[in-house]
Design a protein around this ligand. Structure first.
Ligand code: CA
Length: 224
């Protein structure tokens, strides 16, 4: 597995490079944003670790450039900033995960491994649940052949439910996977998001696919 590490702080870069090498990754390091972007374009890494505060081209610009070219390589952003707006911005720009400095290496490694596990192998990039089709590479979903107009967040939520189809997911898991952050027990943000998703995925059609599991959370499945 080829890992591209874009990080300007020497000590952090050296520690991460060593950690990932020991974990079996083939690590390439860049110190500047422009250099990292060139390597990401040219080298075809399997995963990118991207610091946000970088010289020349910051992490936001690198991420935007990568996603504009429809490069679907998984990207984990590193930042010292803990503002929720920053996390949301990163996820909306197409980051797959987000780690706030200082972090434990084990946590970053676990997130990278999870992302690599979630990347669909070629030929399995389209998930099907009943007449619902989710194209993970093109980030598009259709139901009964009709395109669904989903926001990036709604697509991420639907893709999560589809990858784990038939398996009830609780609100905490959904928040961690889709928003990259914990929600407190009273928050109804997940319910609101699911309601919006249902309005597009289920309401215009005959058979609902998103089901509520009382006291647990939600499951996506075609029921006879
Ligand atoms: Ca930095």
């Amino acid at each position: 597995m080829r890992l591209l590490l874009i990080e300007d702080e020497e000590k952090t870069a050296a520690a991460l490079a060593q950690g990932f090498s020991e974990a079996g990754f083939d690590v390439v390091t860049a110190r500047r944003g422009d250099e990292g972007l060139a390597l990401a374009r040219g080298g075809g890494p399997d995963v990118v670790i991207l610091d946000i505060g970088l010289p020349r081209l910051d992490g936001w610009a690198v991420l935007t450039a990568l996603r504009t070219q429809r490069t679907r390589v998984p990207v984990v952003c590193l930042t010292a900033r803990d503002a929720i707006e920053d996390r949301v911005r990163g996820l909306e720009l197409g980051a797959d995960d987000y780690v706030v400095k200082p972090f434990a290496f084990a946590e970053l490694l676990a997130r990278v491994r999870r992302l690599l596990r979630d990347v669909p192998p070629p030929g399995q990039a389209v998930l099907r649940v009943g007449d619902l089709e989710i194209d993970l590479l093109r980030q598009r979903a259709t139901r009964g052949g009709q395109p669904l107009d989903l926001t990036a967040r709604e697509f991420a939520l639907l893709a999560l439910l589809a990858r784990r189809r038939g398996e009830p997911l609780n609100r905490r898991e959904i928040a961690a996977e889709v928003w990259g952050m914990p929600v407190d027990g009273d928050s109804n943000a997940i319910d609101v998001a699911v309601r919006r998703l249902r309005a597009k995925v289920d309401e215009p059609f005959d058979a609902p696919l998103v089901h509520t599991i009382r006291g647990v959370g939600y499951v996506l499945e075609a029921r006879p």
